[in-house]
Ligand binder design. Sequence first.
Ligand code: GLU
Length: 420
Amino acid sequence: MDRLIEGHLYQNTLTQLTEAASLMKLDPNILERLKKPKRAILVSVPTRMDDGTVKVFDGYRVQHSSTLGPCKGGIRYHEGVNLSEVSALAMLMTFKCALAGLPLGGAKGGVRVNATKLSRSEKQRLTRRYTSEISSFIGPDRDIPAPDIGTDAQTMAWIMDTYSQEQGYAVPSVVTGKPIEIGGSLGRNTSTGRGVLYSVEEACNHLKIKQDFNIKVAIQGFGEVGASAATCAQELGLCITAVSDVGSGLYNEKGLNIPAVKEYYQKNRTLKGYKEADSITNDELLTSKCDVLVPAAIDGVVHENNAKNVKAKIIAEGANGPVTLEGHHILVDKGVFVVPDILANAGGVIVSYFEWVQDLQNFFWSEKEINSRLRDIMSTTFRVSLEHSNRHKIDMRKSAMITAVSRVSSAMLLRGLYPQ
Ligand code: GLU
């Protein structure tokens, strides 16, 4: 398996795990197991295109650990998806769930496809075939997928329907991030962005930074995470100076009007051409003048070559792995406070957990209750990691990882190794 899963993000994740293991003197037998996924499923996804031809895409579902509960994690449709990336992201999910104290393990799935090039019906056929290929490995007690890059509530509805048709009855709890009408949770679609901002609030409190319109926030990515982080930042009274999508960015030193930017983006599917701002590139956004930087697009965007030019005092990782380890060391040496991905972007899986619980009970909560429970978990998780970081004089990435790994490790030792 080693050769199949080696790759940049996997190596990064493994380095974080082994560094945490040596600092906390982790049982080497536990470390050996955590370095690899429990199970990696590789499937072909033959899909009929609108022109009648059949294209075969590579699909994956990797389950890293089910020690704390059913595996949990998103499904990504992207051209860059491969077994190594999905395995790294599955491992991060194990630690993200453990850090937030959720009774869930870690998984991730994906299909190697450019989803923006698919028509709606092609995407539906691909999703249903992919679901049917992995259906014996998922389920409310086994593994519960959710949205990630390139997938959304509609994609989850197709997965839920395909799985339910195979079972013969409706099984809403097989996926989270569904539309509300079929058992989705209020607040799920904004939960990751909201959680990122709750972690920024905690970081500001810790650094004694007053949160008002003088605080400038730059957000990379205007998908579900970036756009909802922007809305939440505005609700909290902060000034959003920059946002970007895949191909273009906007900058306004005096602050962007987020509802107007969102409306423009919804209408045009691009930020390009929006009048009330200067245009900047994605790279320029990362090093633009700001106090808080939220990279909420893809991995590896802050690295050894641009980290030294980052001006933010706080970075909250909205995406998974947006800062490379080399970049991270440069930032920490510069005194930048980095809230790591497994903490900063945990809001998504936290509300996914709420959705799963609501589906299992057939009893639904109000949005107010969901957001307040989310805020509680985010702030407890932040404080536990911060306390650990202060006590052991380590950065937040290490302290979050150690907290997560020690929870998984205790559970593994209690459950024991079986069958032998
Ligand atoms: N894809 C999201 C993540 O990376 C959400 C996962 C989930 O809700 O299960 O955290």
